[in-house]
Design a protein around this ligand. Structure first.
Ligand SMILES: CC(C)(COP(=O)(O)OP(=O)(O)OC[C@H]1O[C@@H](n2cnc3c(N)ncnc32)[C@H](O)[C@@H]1OP(=O)(O)O)[C@@H](O)C(=O)NCCC(=O)NCCS
Length: 176
């Protein structure tokens, strides 16, 4: 089983896209196209960051996240199906929690499809709580999104509906 010392993480670079797209396609019924990854990585104003996890020189997982004013949104996250349930996802989340604190943000959050029970259980295990439901969030299936959030510094503030995330991928693709 990989441990923190054998699993390394680094920024995603162009030569990682083949491996990342293989994991993406193997992980989702509605995978992102390469174009979405490229647009997010190029959109410097959006502060989107891609990170890959490497184990024994192989890319075994990745995460795309966005630095927002006071929090970090996980936009996409997957582990190679052959390497699941080996703690790799948990180690990536631990790295993200450290980055959130280092970047002086107070929480990590993401939207999950209502049917993605495996990921919901995973993020629950990582200390996230389901705090909001956004109906008709995913344009492809009309599914609701469950917003999972992990507060790294308790603020005492309740989840404000006005702060609900928008469907960023649709927006990015629409903006051309
Ligand atoms: C969700 C995902 C990233 C988890 O990665 P992983 O490396 O397998 O996770 P871990 O091994 O660290 O799992 C830690 C714990 O989370 C829970 N867990 C993880 N996957 C689970 C699943 N499919 N069903 C139930 N519980 C799960 C378990 O409690 C697990 O501990 P255990 O293996 O000792 O029982 C991976 O399943 C994945 O890539 N899924 C497809 C992509 C996806 O849905 N991404 C999220 C939306 S962007």
């Amino acid at each position: 089983m990989p441990e923190t010392k054998t699993l390394s993480t680094r920024w995603m670079v162009a030569s990682d896209y083949d491996s990342v797209m293989q994991i993406e396609r193997a992980s989702f019924d509605h995978p992102w196209s390469l174009d979405v990854f490229l647009k997010l990585q190029r959109a410097s104003s959006r502060s989107c960051i891609g990170m890959v996890a490497q184990y024994r020189s192989q890319i075994v997982g990745f995460v795309m996240y966005e630095l927002l004013k006071s929090r970090i949104e996980i936009l996409n996250f997957a582990v190679n199906p052959d390497y699941r349930r080996l703690n790799i996802g948990s180690l990536i989340v631990e790295k993200l929690k450290n980055k959130t604190i280092q970047q002086k943000r107070s929480e990590l959050f993401l939207s999950l499809r209502e049917t993605n029970l495996g990921a919901q259980l995973f993020f629950q295990k990582c200390g996230f709580l389901a705090e909001a439901v956004i109906e008709d969030y995913y344009q492809d299936t009309g599914e609701a999104a469950y917003v999972f959030r992990n507060r790294l510094e308790r603020t005492g503030k309740e989840f404000a509906p006005g702060l609900s995330p928008t469907n960023r991928i649709s927006k990015i693709m629409e903006s051309g």
